[in-house]
Design a protein around this ligand. Structure first.
Ligand SMILES: Cc1cc2nc3c(=O)[nH]c(=O)nc-3n(C[C@H](O)[C@H](O)[C@H](O)COP(=O)(O)OP(=O)(O)OC[C@H]3O[C@@H](n4cnc5c(N)ncnc54)[C@H](O)[C@@H]3O)c2cc1C
Length: 376
């Protein structure tokens, strides 16, 4: 099959879908090619957390826009994506962490975030079952929250198709066709050729592989992160709790009573690994029960592995590249689900209008990586 479009999106995770949606809304005929099925990469393995509390102006602005869009999704898609603002409570068990939270506050407030520093007793009011041992305080925003990733995927696919663009499953791109210095199309393992003057790399953990097809080396390193979900338990609290200790974890209770959460392994586990490990199951259970003792008897019903796509500074690449017509939205560094609605919109503006919505230095290709995200 040979086919032509205005733009080709490689990857049917949340980033590719949001981008295809916004490009289609702007009147573009888009073909999205997904090697398996939408959400089969990182997106179907994420826990659905959404927060605006970041330490850099670009990430906060991105998240202001994403939250604006999450709030509108029920109306836009015609069904609920289970978006709920129960807040994010970041905990400090050492003075340095609390100082870091305090140091970021002026920037966050200047960009309009509803965020406040809390002492330990105020944290306990938000989440009474927390174990107070060693807790010094925290930082809280009631406007952070959660949504159900599979519903968001479903909404985007529905809307993309209504706009007469295509989402094709089991179409793995094996080659990007570059004519001199510009992309012109892609070939798939099925032997199909699709032509377009614009190609977006939205291949998540496989971004490097896809970048190489266009002759680019992207400094993105996939690493494994696991998650678990428990059986339903009686109501605990509405917020996501983030325990920043080196053996901490983060979790929240879904509206159906299940508790879902993760931790970031130290040292990290590099590679595209999606195994679930006994180590995680044991450690996550221990860490969860330490933070909220009444969860010690909760039953874990599932645990699984997935990937973060890390950049050297923890911020994504959302940019054009040196190859004409080839764009990237990669390296989400663990925040792609929450970033996606904004990235979808802004990448469409970068592609179609050739302009950045605000100071884009923290998402630019070729930046120097000296700025580190402090709330990873
Ligand atoms: C355990 C865990 C918990 C997480 N929790 C959160 C959270 O609470 N909040 C949050 O914001 N983020 C979270 N994340 C991160 C989030 O899942 C990712 O940042 C996000 O899903 C990235 O989306 P993506 O579209 O870039 O990548 P993916 O979802 O991986 O999509 C990329 C797609 O590209 C396809 N692809 C690859 N190569 C090709 C090819 N050659 N041709 C065609 N298709 C191709 C893949 O099959 C895949 O479907 C979590 C991740 C994990 C693992």
């Amino acid at each position: 099959m040979n086919s032509a479009a205005d733009a080709i999106v490689i990857g049917g995770g949340i980033i590719g879908l949001a981008s295809a949606y916004h490009l289609s809304k702007r009147g573009q005929k888009v073909i999205l090619l997904e090697k398996k099925y939408p959400g089969s990469g990182s997106t179907g393995r994420c826990i659905g957390g959404i927060r605006q509390q970041f330490s850099t102006p670009g990430a906060i602005r991105l998240m202001r826009e994403s939250v604006r869009q999450f709030r509108l999704m029920r109306k836009e898609f015609g069904f609920s994506v289970e978006y709920f603002e129960g807040g994010y409570l970041f905990l400090a068990h050492d003075a340095k962490r609390l100082e870091t939270f305090k140091s970021i506050l002026p920037l966050q407030k200047s960009l309009g975030l509803a965020v406040e520093i809390l002492d330990a007793s105020a944290c306990m009011k938000i989440a009474p079952p927390l174990n107070p041992t060693g807790l010094l305080g925290g930082v809280f925003s009631p406007e952070d929250g959660q949504a159900y990733p599979f519903k968001v995927i479903e909404g985007y696919i529905q809307e993309i198709r209504k706009l007469h663009s295509q989402v094709l499953f089991f179409c793995e791109v094996s080659e990007i066709i570059v004519n001199k210095t510009a992309v012109t199309g892609v070939k798939t393992v099925n032997g199909d050729i699709f032509y377009a003057p614009v190609i977006l790399n939205a291949a998540g953990p496989w971004a490097q592989e896809v970048g190489k097809m266009a002759g680019l080396e992207l400094p993105i390193a996939p690493e494994e992160h696991e998650a678990f979900i428990t059986d339903r338990v009686p109501p605990l609290f509405a917020t996501m709790v983030v325990d920043y200790r080196t053996d901490g974890c983060y979790f929240y209770q879904r509206n159906n009573g299940q508790v879902i959460g993760c931790y970031s392994p130290i040292p990290n586990k590099p590679g595209i690994i999606t195994e679930s490990s006994l180590e995680f199951l044991v450690e996550m259970s221990r860490r969860t029960a330490r933070l909220v003792p009444e969860l010690a008897t909760a039953r874990v019903i599932r645990h699984w592995g997935g990937c973060y796509s890390m950049t050297p500074d923890g911020s994504p690449f959302i940019d054009k590249t040196d190859v004409d017509g080839f764009f990237v939205a990669n390296g989400m560094s663990g925040h792609g689900f929450m970033f996606a609605p904004a990235i979808g919109r802004y990448v469409s503006e970068i592609i179609l209008d050739g302009r950045y919505p605000f100071d884009w230095s923290e998402f630019a290709m070729g930046r120097d990586f000296s700025r580190q995200e402090l709330m990873k």
